[in-house]
Design a protein around this ligand. Structure first.
Ligand code: KIV
Length: 273
């Protein structure tokens, strides 16, 4: 395996993530939505691949995550699962599929698990969705929580700015995180909250806390693959580190191809039958 710092080539499980937290080993998580990208992400040694509903923005060009459907999430998750040998594959439940009532939510959760063969689901929200979280867990489906900036509620927030800066929201976030752990969630994602608050949650919980824009004193990090590879040019939040400039690499390569086609340089004698 050509992975980076991969000590254990066995399939990652929720149990192993808890162990990693206990041993102080950081968890690396990244999104992927298609077979080709997931193959690369998995072979690189990623611990968790998130089939995020950010596919709505990244793959379909929507302004928010709200429009993506259950069928579309299952399509993306199936492709990622087919490509993945080692990473734990977590799929987002899309907006509208777990907010109506617990029974319908369990039906939708089971559909994602049965059809995509992913390993776990991620749901946004705290005490408001606790009954649903319990019911899905009762069905034997592992759940990762998601608190802080929860993009499915963007119309309620009205802004993508940092969440839980005020004491009341911070207090609610801490109690939501505890409630998700007590219900049986295997991990919690904290998005765009003060680093000090995220550190407090990570130290109080025994399940892994994965941050995005939540500082480094948590148990792992998650980013959107297209953002960290520099494919999404206009998106420049403070928390985002760009590890490549793929937009430039791709534009240069595609431009060269156009030049070669138009100048009859491609294909040459060795590139034909
Ligand atoms: O959908 C997504 O990509 C996410 C991450 C930002 C955590 O939920």
């Amino acid at each position: 395996m050509a992975g980076y710092l991969v000590e254990d080539a066995r399939k990652v499980t929720t149990h192993r993530l808890t162990q990693m937290k206990r041993e102080g080993k950081k968890i690396a998580m990244l999104t992927a939505y298609d077979y080709t990208t997931a193959q690369i992400v998995d072979a690189a040694g990623m611990d968790v691949i998130l089939v995020g509903d950010s596919a709505s923005n990244v793959m379909a060009g929507n302004v928010t995550t709200l429009p993506i459907t259950l069928d579309q999430m299952i399509y993306h998750a199936k492709a990622v699962v087919r490509a993945t040998k080692r990473a734990l594959v977590v799929c987002d439940m899309p907006f509208g599929t777990y907010q109506v009532n617990p029974t319908e939510s369990v039906t939708n959760a089971i559909r994602i698990m049965k059809e995509s063969h992913c390993d776990a689901l991620k749901l946004e929200g705290g005490v408001e969705i606790l009954d649903t979280v319990r019911k899905i867990l009762d069905a034997g489906i592992p759940i990762c929580g998601h608190l802080g900036l929860t993009p499915q509620s963007i119309n309620k927030f009205g802004t993508y700015t940092v969440r839980a800066k005020e004491e009341a929201e911070a207090k609610k976030l801490v109690s939501d995180a505890h409630a998700l752990e007590e219900a049986g969630c295997f991990a919690v994602v904290l998005e765009k909250i003060p680093a000090k608050l995220a550190a407090q949650v990570a130290s109080e919980l025994s399940i892994p806390v994965i941050g995005i824009g939540a500082g480094h004193q948590v148990d792992g990090q998650v980013l959107v693959v297209a953002d960290m590879l520099g494919m999404t040019k206009g998106f420049t939040p403070k928390f985002l580190r760009r590890y490549a400039d793929l937009a430039t690499v791709m534009t240069d390569a595609i431009g060269q191809y156009i030049t070669d086609v138009k100048s009859s340089d491609f294909p040459n004698d060795n590139e034909q039958y």
